[in-house]
Design a protein around this ligand. Structure first.
Ligand SMILES: Cc1ncc(COP(=O)(O)O)c(C=O)c1O
Length: 422
């Protein structure tokens, strides 16, 4: 390799104080028998070795106790979600009363929009980013229609300047200053799934609030990836999934944040169910609804314990390592990926890809999105057959996510070598 990037990668791995974390995970094998170069934690994170025992503990308690597991399991099922609260709060920079783990991501977005998208008078619009994850767009459109509004006037999709891939924070601020009085709600991705751009959530929340809007984020690509300070940033609401960077398995239970300003906003409409009913009276089964304060007040059903067990296994790892340490490694790992890709382009005299993700670390998470030319699919297939797991997003992007918990600098160097080896 030029400048022997692989030797450099091995040296960086030897100095990596989080290198041992890789051994906490099960790494899929390539058909060659070698570990896959797994750079797809932005889509589905890998399985912690501990997950099986966390789930087995619940299977054992179910076998042993049947229904009594609700009170007498080692981790009783009735309050089980509370065993995840403290770690979740630390993960997203929230107070414990501001978070809850429940449902799946788009379901949580719907439940939050019921309460936090309240068009009225001249303030009817909801703002998302152009190129938001389609599920968010579909969810938002369905709320617009449900309120009897027209998407052509109620939906605003913020678009980068002509010729640019990235939305500038100052343009978002300027838009909100100019048109914020017509906006009910702003809901952006914390990190855009396609470009890998991380938004300045604090500045956007402040700009939205100056204009009188409610501000929320879809943190699917931010939770477990960035250091988040949702409380301090004054974000009104947020939701995220746990199967990407949070490694809680396919279809894992999602997360939800509601700022403590809204903890007792019982006058806001919400969809109800018995799991948000006052815990002290829930089993008296009263006909009247008395919702819990805080984020727990948005729960509906009793949660899936096996899924929560998998999430708990993963959150315990995040809590041991801590987001600041993970993020520090993540910045180094992604900078190394960027440098390897650029160096391979320089030394081969041809540019196979263009990086569309910002190179400023404060404007990205671990993912780099590589725009390919017309032969993008062929490059992707070439990588795939050589044991790289990353993903392809139409029309022309390969997304690559080196995850600090289990990816090595060697993974990154080998990936960039393979990118240029076809
Ligand atoms: C940014 C973003 N939002 C929403 C979703 C949809 O998630 P779910 O199917 O868990 O509701 C995804 C899924 O990958 C996503 O990346």
């Amino acid at each position: 390799m030029p400048f022997d990037l692989l030797s450099l990668a091995h040296a960086l791995d030897a100095q990596d104080t989080l290198g041992h974390c890789r051994d906490l995970f099960l790494i899929p094998k390539h058909t060659s028998g070698r570990d896959a170069i797994y750079l797809c934690g932005n889509s589905l994170g890998l399985q912690p070795k501990s997950t099986r025992s966390y789930i087995n503990a619940e299977l054992d308690d179910w076998e042993r106790l049947g229904v009594d597991g609700h009170q007498h399991a080692h981790h009783p099922w009735l309050p089980y979600h509370e065993f995840l609260t403290e770690q979740t709060a630390r993960l997203v920079g929230a107070h414990p009363s501001e978070v809850v783990t429940m449902n799946s991501l788009t379901v949580n977005i719907h439940l939050l929009l019921v309460s936090f998208y309240r068009p009225s008078g001249a303030r009817t619009k909801i703002v998302i980013e152009k190129g938001a994850f389609p599920s968010d767009r579909y969810a938002v459109l369905s709320h617009i229609a449900w309120h009897g509004l027209d998407e052509s006037t109620a939906l605003v999709e913020l678009t980068p300047r002509a010729g640019e891939d990235i939305l500038r924070t100052e343009d978002i601020e300027e838009f909100l200053e100019r048109e914020g009085s017509t906006v009910a709600t702003v809901m952006l991705g914390g990190v855009n799934y396609y470009s890998g751009q991380a938004f300045d959530m604090g500045r956007i929340a402040a700009a939205g609030h100056r204009a009188g809007c409610v501000v929320g984020f879809d943190l699917a690509h931010a939770a477990g990836n960035l250091v988040l300070k949702l409380h301090e940033w004054n974000v009104d609401f947020a939701a995220w999934c746990s199967y990407k960077y949070l490694n809680a398995g396919p279809g894992a239970v999602a997360g939800c944040f509601v700022h403590e300003h809204h903890a007792r906003a019982f006058d806001r409409p919400r969809f109800a169910g018995w799991w948000s009913q006052n815990k002290t009276t829930r089993f008296a089964m009263p006909p009247s609804y008395d919702p819990l304060p805080g984020a727990e007040g948005w729960q509906i059903s009793n949660p899936p314990i096996f899924q929560l067990a998998a999430l708990r296994a993963s959150l315990d790892i995040f809590d041991d390592v801590g987001m600041p340490a993970l993020r520090a490694k993540s910045e180094r790992l992604t900078a190394f990926l960027e440098e390897c890709v650029l160096e391979r382009a320089r030394s081969s005299g041809r540019e196979r890809v263009t990086i569309i993700t910002p190179s400023d670390p404060s404007q990205r998470g671990c993912q780099l999105s590589l725009r390919t030319g017309a032969n993008g699919r062929a490059i992707y297939t070439h990588l795939e057959t050589r044991g790289v797991v990353c993903d392809w997003r139409e029309p022309d992007v390969i997304r690559v996510a080196p995850v600090p918990l289990y990816n090595s600098f060697a993974d990154v160097a080998e990936f960039s070598e393979l990118l240029y080896a076809s």
